[in-house]
Ligand binder design. Sequence first.
Ligand code: NAD
Length: 471
Amino acid sequence: MSYLVPSFTTNFSGPIIIVGFGSIGKALLPLIKRHIITTAPITIIAPDDSNRHIAEKYGAHFLHMALTKENYETTLSRIIGDQSIRSLIVSVSNEVSSKDLTRYAAHHNAHYIDTVVEPWPGFYFNNSLSKSDQSNYTLRESLQSIKKELEGSPTAISCCGANPGMVSWLLKEALLNLAKDLGRDVPTPTSRKEWAILMRDLGVKGVHIAERDTQVANIPQTSGVFQNTWSATGCMAECLQPAELGWGTHENAIPDDGHNHESGSKTAIYLDQPGGVVKVRTWTPTEGPHFGYLVTHNEAISISDYFTIKEGDTVTYRPTCHYAYHPSDATVASLEELFNERAGVHQDEVKIFTEDEIVSGADELGVLLYGHEKGAYWYGSRLTIEEARELAPHQNATGLQVSSAVLAGIFYCLKHPQEGLIETDEMDYKAALEIQRPYLGKVYGAYTDWKPNQETSVDDAWQFSSIRMTE
Ligand SMILES: NC(=O)c1ccc[n+]([C@@H]2O[C@H](COP(=O)([O-])OP(=O)(O)OC[C@H]3O[C@@H](n4cnc5c(N)ncnc54)[C@H](O)[C@@H]3O)[C@@H](O)[C@H]2O)c1
C-alpha cells in the first residue's frame, strides 16, 4: 500500500524507548520510522504481545514485560546504556507513573513525552481515595511540583497527545483567527500573560474541547465488552474519575455538587459525579448541537491555568474550560451499560476498533471558544477514517490525531533540548502544528449562533449551569 506521505525528516542518534504498544504505540512507531532517521535501536516495552508483529515489522526490539515502580529504573537504564548519548522515552502506556518517568528521564539524559499524566496502578478504580485525591487536578499538581527541580534538564513534555496536547496549539491559532475576524489588529502574543490578555480582551468566557467521534466498526455490540476507538481501559478509567473543569471568573455560582480543592493553583473544581454520567451541551460543525460527556482531562485544567490573569493574589480573569466528549456511538452504548446496567462496575473485556474494522466516520476534535461578540467559534481537525488509512498505517482517525501530536512533540524536543518539564500550552504552537497539520485532515473553523440554552438571556447563556444537562 502506498501512502500520501508528508516528507520531512530529522536525525536522532540515541536510543528510543516506547513504553506501551497499544492503539497509540503501534500508530506512533511508523511515524517515527518515517520522519526520524535513527542510528540506535528502538525498544518497545509492553506486557502483551498483541501488536508485537508490528514492532518487529519495523525492526524494533520488543521487550515483553510491564514496567513497575520496582523495575522501571533498572529496566530503562539497561536499555539506555551509555548515558552520555541523549535518549528519548515516550510513554503511551496506561498506569506507568508520568512523574517517576519524567524525573528519571531528566536525571538520565533523556527526553520524555507522554500523552496523559498517568499514575502507578492503585489510583484509578480505587474507591478508598477521596474524590479530590482521584482527580486529574491532583495528578497534575503532583507532576508540576517537580517543574522547578527539573529546570534546564532535557525537555520533557507532559500530555502531548491530541487532547490533552494538540488542542492547546489549536486554541492559540483559534484566538488569532477570532481576533482577525473581529477586526482587531493584534500582534501574536509572545508570553503567557499576553495570550491570557488576548483571550480576555476578545471576550472569551470559556472553551469546550468539543469532540464528536462518528467512527463506526463492523463489530457487533456485545454486552460486557467496553468498545472504543482508543484505549478502552483508559476511557473507562477517566469516565469513572470525578468530572472536572477549569472554573472561569464569569461563572455566577459553583454547582451544588461542585468542590474547590484545598491546595495548589485552585484553577479547577470537581463534581461529585463521575464524568461518564455528566452530560453537557456542546457544538461541533458537522454534528451541530449535541451532548458530550464532561470527562476529566488534563487540558481543562492546564488551559484554564495558562490563561489566568492575576492582580497580586486576586484572579481577575480565567476561562471555564472542559472536555465535551461525544465518543463513537459504540462507546456511548458501552458507557450506558457501565453506568446503568452495571451500576458503575466497569466491564472486564475491552475492544479497540482498528482501522480495518472501522467502516465509516471521522473524528472531529477542536476547541469551541464561547461568550464573545460572535457567539461561539469552533476550530479543529476533522479527520475521516478514509484519510487516516491513506496517510499512515496501523491507526484509525483518533489514533492519527494522537500519534502525530507525539511526533510534533519529538521534533520540539530535538529543537528545544533543555527546557525541562513543560506542558503543551507552553510550546511554540505554530511549529508544532506545522509538523502535525499534514496528518489532521481538514483543519478549519466555523462560527455558530448556537447557545446552550436558548431561553436564557445573552449574558447568562454561557453559565456552566446552562451548559450542564444532567445533575
Ligand atoms: N492525549 C491524548 O489525546 C490521548 C489519546 C488517546 C490515548 N491517550 C493515552 O495514551 C495511552 C495509551 O493509549 P492506547 O490507546 O494506546 O492504550 P491501549 O490500551 O491500546 O494500550 C496500552 C498499552 O500499554 C501497555 N501497558 C499497560 N501497562 C503497562 C506497563 N506497566 N508497562 C508497559 N506497558 C504497559 C499495554 O500492554 C498496551 O500495550 C493511555 O494513557 C491513554 O489514556 C492519550
